[in-house]
Design a protein around this ligand. Structure first.
Ligand SMILES: [Mg+2]
Length: 366
């Protein structure tokens, strides 16, 4: 069996089977946003790492090195935020093509140290090797008060599901990088800059995670890296629950809708060039569908998704907004395990959450 035939999650499951039994100080091993290790009676370490490979995770020609550094810091900070913790110390491993400009790495580190510093973390070491593609692996150590860690495993039926910020903007930025809007109307410069920033240097929700952790009442939390549908699925798996999300509640902002409309217009223009398409209307519906698909499955928004009983949810949302200015939106509710995993479409239809990203495609092609 080759790795390419396995896929990411089956590979992780296979490797996970080789781990453990863990030592007594391991509170949570593989399977959450970070591992949790007991530091003392009342404090826990949080440890996480993330690898970024040129051509796989980023396009070196499409991102400035400083922005890339900020992104790498942010991705790791986000996982500490998703546990309700405080980031502390980074280690960085670099594999570098020998013809890389040293100034590129200067700027990469400038970005890294900047973003780490904004959230109270230091870069304290690492190592360097030679390789044919640029590979950057960051390890981040964080801490949280024992009992204040928010795992993926505590969601209960009746809890509300909430997200910070907005969804889909990162995928909108990627769409522009991939040229998906090429050949259509021009993308306004300010919209382009905002969605590119959402993709290339997402703001890690560390402060929001701290507010959630300190206030208490959140039963589960995860950061949105794979995409809402998949990441909510991780909470369901870990908590043994079902879920129902409402499409109409998903916080998709104007920028994302605008880019989705431009991508749709470009697609329509390409079809027109290839021959009469037979449909000149429906672009806005298609744009909305595209934006919703990006919100559900686009990934890399690095917002927090968390659950809490309704009364606690109200308090948490109000406190996060008051302290950080980041909006919190209720997007659905937790169901008993036999309740399944669903998305309620704007038209009231229920579709399986796993298929939600593709269902729109089928609808459009029908
Ligand atoms: Mg995560």
């Amino acid at each position: 069996m080759r790795v390419r035939d396995l896929g990411e999650f089956p590979l992780i499951d296979r490797l996970a089977a080789r781990l453990g039994p863990y030592g007594k100080d391991v509170v949570v091993g593989l399977g959450d946003d970070t591992a949790v290790i007991r530091k003392s009676e009342d404090r826990l370490y949080l440890v996480t790492c993330d690898i970024q490979v040129a051509g796989v995770h980023f396009l070196p020609e499409a991102v400035t090195p400083r922005r890339l550094g900020r992104r790498i810091a942010a991705i790791n900070l986000s996982d500490i935020g998703a546990m309700g913790g405080e980031p502390r110390h980074f280690l960085i491993s670099l594999a570098v093509p020998p013809d890389t400009e040293a100034a590129f790495l200067d700027d990469l580190y400038r970005g890294l140290v900047e973003t780490a510093g904004r959230f109270g973390a230091d870069v304290v070491g690492g190592n360097v090797s030679r390789h044919d593609a640029l590979v950057i692996d960051a390890f981040l150590l964080g801490e949280v008060e024992a009992g204040r860690e928010v795992l993926r495993s505590g969601a209960r039926p009746g809890d509300l599901v909430m997200v910070t910020g907005r969804l889909g903007a990162s995928r909108a930025g990627l769409a522009l990088l991939l040229g998906e809007a090429d050949g259509g109307p021009a993308v306004p410069g300010d919209v382009r800059e905002r969605v590119l920033a959402a993709h290339q240097e997402p703001e890690p929700r560390v402060r929001e995670g701290r507010v959630i952790s300190r206030l208490g009442g959140a039963t589960a939390m995860i950061d949105l890296s794979d995409g809402l549908a998949s990441d909510v699925g991780h909470i369901c798996d870990a908590s043994g629950v079902g879920v129902l999300l409402r499409e109409e509640a998903l916080p998709v902002d104007e920028d994302t809708l605008a880019v989705a409309a431009l991508v749709e217009a470009a697609t329509a223009a390409r079809k027109e060039a290839a021959g009469p398409s037979g449909r000149a209307d429906g672009h806005m519906d298609a744009a909305r569908a595209q934006a919703v698909r990006w919100a559900l499955t686009g990934g890399e928004d690095y917002e927090l998704c968390f659950t809490a009983a309704p009364r606690a949810a109200e308090r948490l949302a109000a406190e996060v907004e008051a302290v950080t200015g980041t909006p919190v939106t209720v997007i659905g509710e937790v169901l008993p395990p036999e309740g399944g995993r669903w998305l309620v479409r704007a038209d009231g239809r229920r579709v399986p959450l796993e298929a939600a990203g593709w269902d729109h495609l089928r609808t459009e092609e029908a």
